[in-house]
Design a protein around this ligand. Structure first.
Ligand code: FES
Length: 276
């Protein structure tokens, strides 16, 4: 019987985004595109503000750690919170005085090179291919990491920085329970920052490179049961199986945490806590 869709290598018909699939295969890539663009737009905007990222004792994760602080900005971190001190005079006048610009490249490179997100980029942004059993949108063959975005192979090195940032976010979560001069307490912001640390830990612990670092080095894991390395591998594998969910939830939560700290800092909402 004649058909307009001739099967080719890969099982899909030829032509941009051609497929025999009858389901809504485009829903996933489209949702990914919208979500990633929204998160990216918000975080870029927030990083360029340089203000309202601190509300004692809460520090937005988009601004942590604070290297320099500009005390003239509303809602800026106090001097004692900055690793180096007040904003330096050599800073280019064309750039906003935002501490986020100094640190965001590290977590951003970890996200951007994540093995899971690679699938999201290829499907949603380059449509190469947009989904299983669907022809590439551009008509070009998939070249993977040998062509487009070759630098994604630096993921392992980005992971080392991510682990350091995780330790910093743990510190931020811990100090969110101590208001300077008032001692231990708890607020909604303390819970928000603690959850942020937990979600980002879940994401990092399930990283393929992280698993290789703590439990790799063996060609076959069968028969290794009971060894410490196998236990570490199993620990990371538990998170790795949930890596996609952790990727989305942690990305959303880190943005929401910044929104929360920003609104409290601006006085737009009151933080319910035990100090007031
Ligand atoms: S593979 Fe996703 S963070 Fe490493």
């Amino acid at each position: 019987m004649a058909t307009t869709h001739l099967p080719v290598l890969g099982g899909h018909p030829q032509g941009a985004a051609s497929t025999c699939r009858q389901d809504a295969w485009y829903a996933g890539p489209l949702a990914t595109l919208l979500f990633l663009c929204t998160a990216l737009a918000y975080m870029t905007w927030a990083a360029l503000q340089g203000n309202h990222y601190y509300a004692d004792p809460y520090l937005s994760p988009l601004y942590s750690p604070v290297i320099f602080t500009d005390l003239s900005a509303a809602g800026a971190a106090p001097s004692w919170h900055a690793w180096v001190g007040n904003w330096p005079a050599w800073w280019p006048a064309a750039l906003p005085l935002s501490p986020a610009l100094l640190i965001l490249p590290f977590p951003a490179s970890f996200r951007f090179t994540c093995y899971y997100y690679r699938k999201a980029y290829y499907r949603s942004f380059s449509g190469s291919p947009p989904s299983c059993w669907v022809s590439p949108v551009s008509g070009r063959n998939y070249k993977g990491e040998t062509s487009l975005l070759l630098f994604q192979n630096l993921h392992r090195y980005a992971m080392y920085f991510a682990v350091i940032f995780l330790a910093i976010l743990f510190y931020d979560a811990a100090v969110s329970f101590y208001r300077r001069g008032e001692g231990f307490g708890i607020g909604v912001g303390s819970i928000v920052l603690t959850i942020n640390f937990l979600f980002l830990s879940s994401y990092t612990f399930g990283c393929h490179s992280f698993r290789h670092m703590i439990g790799g080095g063996a060609d076959v894991m069968a028969g290794k049961s009971g060894t410490f390395r196998h236990l570490r591998w199993k620990f990371s594998t538990w998170f790795n199986r949930r890596h996609m969910a952790a990727a989305w939830i942690s990305l959303a939560w880190v943005s929401l945490t910044d929104v929360y700290v920003r609104l409290v800092s601006m006085g737009a909402i009151n933080d319910l806590n035990s100090w007031n």
